[in-house]
Design a protein around this ligand. Sequence first.
Ligand SMILES: Nc1ncnc2c1ncn2[C@@H]1O[C@H](COP(=O)(O)OP(=O)(O)O)[C@@H](O)[C@H]1O
Ligand SMILES: [Mg+2]
Length: 253
Amino acid sequence: MHPSFLRVLQQKQRVKQKLSNIRQKIGVYSAKGGVGKTTIAINLAYALSKKGFKVGLLDADIDCPNVTMFLGIEEKKMEPVLPLKPLDINGVKVASTAMLVDELKRPIIWRGPIVTKMLGDFFENTEWGNLDYLILDLPPGSSDAPLTIMQVLELSGFIIVTNPQRIAGLNATRAGLMAKRMSAPVLGIVENMSNGEPSRSTKDVAEKLDTEIIGTIKREEKFANLGDNGKIPVLEDNEIAYIFNKIIEKLSG
Ligand SMILES: Nc1ncnc2c1ncn2[C@@H]1O[C@H](COP(=O)(O)OP(=O)(O)O)[C@@H](O)[C@H]1O
Ligand SMILES: [Mg+2]
């Protein structure tokens, strides 16, 4: 057996053990940046928490760990002791590599093998305890970082995010096909920055991935304003809470 293959298997086993008290691990994913993955991951996590579920939120986008900014907790750090403990932010357990790095403003430039090692170590050493849901804000693309996460974490399923444009749709399809190849189901598509009705392109994504559109979220200035000010939209705005509650209903079945 190739030594690196053995290492991945061993690490996978250790991470599995670590995450064995989490009922569902859901990745929010798209191959494209800027479509709203972080926004949707955060709002889903808080909508689930408001329903009474025990929820964790993992910022797995290590190049652009934006979760702490959206939550207005850029200054907060995890205690640098093992195991790492996610921070309780308004009832949701949150962990991000940004909570380990002091100089947030410095760009994080890591090559493939370091990314793989760093992510594996991070997952293996973070203690979540019992959770109903762990929501993962995944990095865009289909190279090292998202691939490592999918290999090591064995997600329960993916939510694929797209926007009405064809270019987003093409990348969403790519992301969904990759997720399927990693043997995790695509739970549904969310069209963000929507005009109201899902576009032709979004319907096409759902068809190609053999799944449903589980939500459409309109493009609205208030998302950007709340996000910029570290405010969680589902906790601030009833209309937004309603949209995410609908998505949760579709998720649970
Ligand atoms: N429905 C929406 N309407 C308006 N702005 C949005 C919406 N969803 C997200 N945004 C904004 O678009 C930008 C990109 O969203 P983000 O969640 O960071 O995307 P990603 O994580 O996919 O890169 C952010 O500034 C965010 O506040
Ligand atoms: Mg993001």
